[in-house]
Design a protein around this ligand. Structure first.
Ligand code: HEC
Length: 255
């Protein structure tokens, strides 16, 4: 019995690691990887708003066609906006079999943003969908930052608020909280200063689609894995019935 309890406690240990963090609660992204329309909208947002600075080199465009239910020509027309400069100086249109890369050179990124721009292929696995959702929902105006904005989830981030046209611009609402005997200014909400093209609900939906796409991109095989997993469970269930019947047959004369 003691052993079982020890094993249970050890199995639960990773949860405490997940629960610890910097104290800020993430918003819930509520993504749905089976929603192909959402993944398609997310892919469109990703290539339009993110792929100009970030690459996603572990992903190839043609995989989007098979996984997201698009034809190769739909992918070429709607999702490929980059050029390939590896062979010609003037560049040739990126081919559908290419990786999702950008022309921005790491050195230039450092000069422009003061830091390298990370590849986003597997960022959803490093950060988690809820983190990404919270990050994209909590950019706020801050004059002290070079880009004019700061982020509640990632304080002093080097990235500008690239979705500001959609969301608009907001300023933080502070409250003073006592933490360990000291006064701390804590952000408790936001107030819109410049309205964006989308309403609050529409913006949240658009970000959810984008995060859904990034979660898919972090592990494209998970779409297949779920359906294969169900098949395997069903197979094991049938196998169990057959094996159990066989066991009964073998042992019936022994007792
Ligand atoms: C103008 C260039 C630019 C664009 C466009 C851009 N980013 Fe960024 N992004 C950056 C820079 C620079 C950083 C590094 C910030 C830092 O480390 O301070 C960054 C960091 C990030 C990070 C944090 C990565 C990590 O784990 O540290 C995420 C997530 C991210 N960007 C997502 C996005 C998404 C999603 C989009 C599209 C909506 C996007 N970015 C568009 C420049 C950009």
């Amino acid at each position: 019995m003691k052993k079982i309890i020890t094993v249970c406690v050890l199995l639960l240990a990773p949860l405490t690691v997940l629960a610890s963090g910097d104290g800020m609660h993430n918003l819930s992204a509520e993504i749905d990887l089976n929603n192909k329309a959402s993944l398609q909208r997310g892919a469109k947002m990703f290539v339009n708003y993110c792929l100009s600075c970030h690459s996603a080199a572990a992903m190839r465009y043609n995989r989007l066609s098979s996984d997201l239910g698009l034809t190769p020509s739909q992918v070429e027309k709607n999702l490929i906006f980059t050029a390939d400069f590896s062979k010609e100086d003037l560049g040739e249109p990126t081919k559908i079999g290419s990786q999702m890369k950008v022309a921005l050179r790491p050195g230039d990124a450092k000069t422009m943003f003061g830091t390298a721009v990370p590849d986003l292929s597997v960022v959803s696995r490093a950060r988690g969908a809820d983190w990404l959702y919270t990050y994209l929902m909590t950019f706020y105006l801050d004059d002290s930052r070079p880009s004019g904005v700061n982020n509640q989830r990632f304080p002093n981030v080097g990235m500008p608020h690239v979705l500001w046209e959609l969301e608009g611009l907001k300023k933080p609402v502070y409250e003073t909280h006592q933490i360990e005997g000291h006064d701390h200014k804590v952000i408790v909400g936001f107030e819109t200063v410049v309205p964006g093209k989308l309403s609050k609900v529409e913006y949240a939906d658009a970000v959810r689609d984008l995060v859904n796409y990034m979660a898919y991109m972090g592990e494209p095989a998970q779409l297949v894995r779920y359906s294969v997993g169900l098949g395997v469970m069903f197979f094991l269930f049938i196998l169990f019935i057959v094996a159990y019947a066989l066991k009964k047959e073998y042992w019936k004369d022994i007792h």
